[in-house]
Structures are given as structure tokens and as C-alpha cells.
Design a protein around this ligand. Structure first.
Ligand code: NAI
Length: 334
């Protein structure tokens, strides 16, 4: 029996993600928690015929910790898209103050009520909210480095689609999945697209730079187009679904799966991570291998061009700053 819980389930990402997970046969119980509306969302989804149990939970007031306790108890996987999204002109960092507090308090409840769950953090800024989660779990004495993930899958989806666009759709995005990936962090130029042999399709720097910029700042396209009404939700729900669906194969069927996520690398088994990463940062988004127990291995992608190495070194500096922001949020600045 697999129980999945979404914290922030009534939001722009939460609702389409709830729909997708309602249709996922690997989940036996779906628990939807938010400070608003989940009772309605779950009533609506409960009319879709599946054997899955579904329930929505809304706390009675700010001091009600009983409702989230029931929502979380027995969860094998917890997905967190709670928080506020970006508005035009806002960077992911502008979200920090509000979302940092939300993530910290939700993770506290996760640590108390389902400490063995796999935790997937979507709330931005991921480069800082993941360290917040880690430090909060450490404070509670329940941190498991193998089970905390910052979801960067949307960067990978964008790379697949935008690269296919740049190649005039001559290659299918299905072929690009598993062949290209992003590493580094999850904001602006901390995102490093790694495009392997597709590099040879770019004869001029201008079209390559355009692709890289579009992947790194793809979120801005959506924020601008939505004109004040939110950031990426449908593509993000799809991205989170891809990650969670894959993870469920590990959790439910003990398969060994490959993914990419923003994780705390220094307490994990690693393979061929360059010193310029491990010396300067404890966190990075990298290819990972996962089984039922969690992350087995963190690896460095096989081959990077000189440009990609330069971008990775720049990303290390960016991530380092964002990580200390998250750390200081939990422990207070030194
Ligand atoms: P939204 O505002 O539509 O939904 C957020 C939901 O969180 C709301 O329903 C709200 O009631 C709920 N919420 C707020 N405080 C809560 C609490 N203490 N407990 C439970 N629920 C709470 O926002 P949207 O568009 O769904 O985005 C959510 C987050 O995901 C934002 O931080 C956004 O920046 C981030 N995001 C991350 C991406 C990624 O690639 N990792 C991509 C796009 C967005």
C-alpha cells in the first residue's frame, strides 16, 4: 500500500498534480492537504472511478496541528508545492521570506508524523528550501539524506522541448529524454543545461546561447504571459508527475531508477564528482540512482564541454550562496 500526500494540493500546481496522481495506479491512498479548498478538490477527484482512496484536509485554524497529522500519518511520499508563486518582476529569491517559513513549518510536521517518507520539494527557491528542509529534519533528529529531493525536473522538460524547438523539431523530445539534462541549481544561471552530442548541431554561439538562456529563464516566459496570475503550474505539475511516477517504481516495486534532483551530496555515495563541486557546495542537482531505500548514488554526467564546465563552476558559486541563506533561516545568521 502506497500513500502519497500533497501539501499545497489546492494551488495552481497542486490541483493538476492531484489529478495526475489520482489517475496513477501505483498510489493506493492520496491525501490532499492545503490551508484552503482541498475538501472540494478531493470531492471532485473522488468521482473519478479508481480503487484509490482519496481525502482532502483543511486545518480548522492556524493552531490546528491535528489535521495535518492525520493527512501525513503513514505517508510513503510527501510532495510539497505549498507557497506563493512568482509575480512579474519578482525573482525566485523574492519568494524566499514567505516560502521559507511555509516550508519550514510543513517539514516540521513531516518530520514528526512521517519521518520515513520520501520528500519532494517543489516550493521555490528550491536552492534554499531544500537546505531549510534538511536542517529542520536534522533538528528533529530524523534526517535521512537518501530521501530529500528538490524537484528540478521542469528545467529538464524545458531543455528537451526548447532543444527540440531549436533543432526545428527534427528530433523528438522522447529521444532527448535521458540524453540531455540540467545540473546545478534551480534558478536562473545556476541551471546548467548539458546537451551532450547535440552540441554539434549548433554552428554559431548565438543560437546556443539563446537556447541556454531560454532554459535558464524559461520560467519568466510563463510569469510574463500569465501577467500577474501566477507562474508555471501545468508544466510543473507534469514535471513533478514524471519524477514522482518514476520514484513510485522504486518505492512500490523496488526497481532501481535514474533521476535528476537537487540533493545534499556530501552525505551520499558519489561517483566521479569533480573537486570544484564537492569543495565548495554540499548541495547540487545531479543524476541520481534510487531504490526502495532512497538515493544509492550521485553521479556526474559523463562528458561536459568547456562551456558547460564554466557554467557549472558559476552555478556552484550561486548555489553556495542560496544554500547558506536556507541554512541561516533555520539556524540564524552567524
Ligand atoms: P499557488 O499559490 O497557486 O498554490 C500554492 C498553494 O499553497 C495554495 O493553494 C496555498 O493555499 C497553499 N499553501 C500556502 N501556505 C500553505 C501552508 N502553510 N500549508 C499548506 N498549504 C499552503 O502557487 P503555485 O503556482 O502552485 O506554486 C507553488 C510553489 O511552487 C511556489 O513556491 C512556486 O514558486 C513553486 N514552483 C516551483 C517550480 C519548480 O520547478 N520547482 C516551478 C513552478 C513553481
Amino acid at each position: 500500500m502506497v500513500k502519497a500526500t500533497i501539501l499545497g494540493a489546492a494551488g495552481g500546481i497542486g490541483q493538476p498534480l492531484s489529478l495526475l496522481l489520482r489517475l496513477n495506479k501505483k498510489i493506493d491512498e492520496l491525501s490532499l492537504y492545503d490551508i484552503v479548498n482541498t475538501v472540494g478538490v478531493s470531492a471532485d477527484l473522488s468521482h473519478i472511478p479508481t480503487p484509490q482512496l482519496i481525502k482532502g484536509y483543511v486545518p480548522k485554524d492556524k493552531s490546528d496541528n491535528e489535521t495535518i497529522k492525520i493527512a501525513l500519518q503513514g505517508s510513503d511520499i510527501v510532495i510539497i508545492p505549498a507557497g506563493i508563486p512568482r509575480k512579474p518582476g519578482m525573482t525566485r529569491d523574492d519568494l524566499f521570506k514567505i516560502n521559507a517559513g511555509i516550508v519550514k513549518s510543513l517539514i516540521h510536521q513531516v518530520g514528526i508524523n512521517c519521518p520515513n517518507a520520501f520528500i519532494c520539494i517543489i516550493s521555490n527557491p528550491v536552492n534554499s528550501t531544500v537546505p531549510i528542509a534538511v536542517e529542520e529534519l536534522k533538528k528533529l533528529g530524523v534526517y535521512n539524506p537518501k530521501k530529500v529531493f528538490g524537484i528540478t525536473t521542469l528545467d529538464n522538460l524545458r531543455l528537451e522541448q526548447f532543444l527540440s524547438d531549436s533543432l526545428n523539431n527534427k528530433v523528438s523530445t522522447t529521444d532527448l529524454y535521458n540524453d540531455v539534462l540540467t545540473i546545478g541549481g534551480h534558478s536562473g544561471d545556476s541551471i546548467v543545461p548539458v546537451i551532450n552530442s547535440w552540441n554539434k548541431n549548433f554552428n554559431d554561439n548565438e543560437s546556443y546561447d539563446k537556447l541556454i538562456n531560454r532554459v535558464q529563464f524559461g520560467g519568466d516566459e510563463v510569469v510574463k504571459a500569465k501577467d500577474g496570475k501566477g507562474s508555471a503550474t501545468l508544466s510543473m505539475a507534469t514535471a513533478a508527475y514524471r519524477f514522482v511516477d518514476n520514484l513510485l517504481d522504486a518505492i512500490k516495486f523496488n526497481k532501481i531508477i535514474k533521476e535528476v534532483a537537487f540533493v545534499k551530496i556530501d552525505e551520499l555515495e558519489t561517483f566521479k564528482l569533480p573537486f570544484f563541486i564537492t569543495k565548495h557546495t554540499q548541495y547540487f542537482s545531479l543524476p541520481i540512482t534510487i531504490d526502495q531505500e532512497g538515493i544509492k548514488l550521485v553521479e556526474f554526467p559523463g562528458y561536459l564541454t568547456e562551456k558547460e564546465v564554466l557554467m557549472t563552476k558559476h552555478a556552484v558559486e550561486k548555489v553556495k550562496v542560496d544554500v547558506s541563506k536556507g541554512f541561516n533561516f533555520v539556524h540564524g545568521s552567524k
